[in-house]
Design a protein around this ligand. Structure first.
Ligand code: AMP
Length: 481
């Protein structure tokens, strides 16, 4: 995570304990987590004596080939994939972060975002600390380095209560792997069995690819220390009410994963079914905006009886829309990514299902493409509520004034998108779909932030603290691009 101006990131982490060929397994596992971050990839290995890190900008397949993984010899490994908005993206901030300290070399990889990283960093800088990245993960390393205790795990238990926000961490020493989740459990982290040892990963799909077996989630506030075939579990000395990120179920995690102890596929399918009951449409076919809303669309189709069709084809060889930082490029990449099947949609009333609307950019273009392909009517159903607030706990959402639903009503959004009808899943519906027992964070939909911050973090904090009034993004009028 980066504390610079462009700090929002989404990440995936893995850890392999005491297994021969750990770097190969870690690189395979990172392939399965590629959807969680496409900007940089890295692995640190340990062989009982020393640590070695290899990281580069790019996709896992670009960063690791047979040669690089073979050169990373050792039975211990942690890995990381990262994505941040482009301004903050550079190799310095790529993870894992490996440092030398008085208690030996340690490497750390982090999924999440700390909301008090700025304050802690400022405090330490005034005391003479020199930071070499803009990453909030480095703040944890500095806190660790200043702690006098001999064991990393003891030090972590004492310093982590100072950091606020979301963290699912994997740390590597020369002969131990440590995995920790923050007391709220914002981001996922699960434990698996591989032969007679253990592995950890953000999502269980990383276990499937290496033939490991999902055992359980690392609990919120739990620290698991993996030695040679051994596991010990400790608890951070802070209590909090569990707040798992509901957006993992909406969009972020893969449907073939178990996340927060639940199959993502079933939560997503339920969201489509509930959406179908809450907002049926009079239409001839249901289609998904592939791939993230495929499962919800199947659920919607089952409940409404409207046939599911593959009406929109996605080009899998271009990255996620969000990857392009400039709005112009983003607009273009929608066309590069999706193409309607004219034969399926021509003259028919289409219900399109998407998992979320963030800026509205993708959908406005898609609707235009659908109409150009001859759709008689385009109805839009969204399998989550309107995104009205930025996430400060590790999901990349744009600043508040770019979130279309932060400043526009559903009817205004319908007009902007030029759809015949628009409905979102209710918050109660989403909670039901995600099996919520008052243990989710839904701040992006409600503004109820479980961990408070002195000043709202993020890019618009800079403008706000300078007294600049942040203008609400004006929507182009009908007919305009
Ligand atoms: P937008 O064009 O800004 O409204 O983006 C909406 C699209 O982006 C939807 O199709 C979502 O599937 C996808 N999306 C939602 N949240 C994210 C995220 N955090 N990162 C990348 N893509 C996202």
């Amino acid at each position: 995570m980066s504390t610079g101006r462009h700090w929002r990131e989404e990440c995936g982490v893995v850890g392999i304990a005491a297994v021969e060929g750990a770097s190969e397994l870690a690189s395979l596992a990172l392939h399965a987590l590629q959807h969680r971050g496409q900007e940089s990839a890295g692995i640190t290995v340990a062989d009982g004596h020393r640590l070695l890190t290899h990281k580069r900008m790019g996709l896992v397949a670009d960063v690791f080939d047979e040669g690089t993984t073979r050169a990373l010899s050792g039975n211990w490994a942690i890995g990381h994939v990262r994505y941040s908005t482009a301004g903050g993206s550079n190799l310095l901030n790529a993870q894992p972060l490996q440092v030398a300290s008085h208690r030996g070399t340690i490497s750390l990889a982090h999924n999440g975002n700390l909301v008090n990283a700025h304050e802690l960093r400022r405090e330490m800088e005034l005391q003479g600390s020199i930071f070499s990245t803009t990453s909030d993960t480095e703040v944890i390393l500095h806190l660790l380095a200043r702690h006098s205790g001999a064991q990393v795990e003891d030090a972590l238990l004492e310093v982590l209560p100072r950091v606020k926000g979301a963290y699912s961490l994997v740390a590597l020493t020369r002969d131990r792997l440590i995995a920790v989740r923050d007391p709220y459990g914002f981001r996922p982290l699960c434990l698996g069995r591989y032969r007679d040892s253990y592995v950890v990963a953000s999502e269980s799909c990383a276990f499937d690819i290496i033939g490991a077996r999902y055992l359980r989630d690392i609990a919120p506030g739990e620290m698991v220390v993996l030695g040679d075939g051994e596991l010990s579990s400790r608890q951070l000395p802070i209590k909090a009410r569990e707040r798992r990120c509901v957006f993992e179920h909406v969009y972020f995690s893969r449907p073939d994963s178990i996340v927060f102890g639940q199959h993502v596929e079933s939560a997503r399918r339920r969201s489509g079914e509930i959406l179908g009951r809450e907002a049926p449409a009079d239409a001839d076919l249901v289609c998904a905006v592939p791939d993230s809303s495929n499962t919800a669309a199947l659920g919607y189709s089952r409940v409404t009886g409207i046939p599911f069709e593959l009406a929109l084809i996605r080009n899998h060889y271009v990255g996620r829309t969000f990857i392009s930082p400039a709005q112009k490029v983003r607009d273009m990449s929608v066309r590069i990514k999706f193409n309607p099947v004219a034969d399926v949609v021509a003259g028919r009333r289409v219900v399109m299902i998407d998992d979320s609307i963030v800026r509205g950019t993708t959908m406005r273009k898609l609707v235009k493409l659908m109409r150009a392909a001859g759709a008689a009517e385009v109805h839009l159903r969204i399998a989550s509520p309107p995104v009205t607030n930025p996430c400060y706990y590790g999901i990349d959402t744009p600043v508040r004034n770019e979130l279309i639903a932060a400043s526009h009503s559903v009817d205004e959004i319908r007009t902007y998108l030029r759809v015949d009808s628009l409905a979102y899943l209710s918050l109660a519906g989403l909670r039901e779909a995600a099996g919520d027992q008052d243990n989710h964070c839904d701040a992006c939909f409600t503004g109820n932030y479980p961990v408070s911050f002195a000043e709202e973090p993020g890019r618009d904090a800079i403008e706000r603290s300078a007294g600049v009034r942040i203008p609400v993004k004006a929507l182009p009028a009908d007919g305009e691009e």
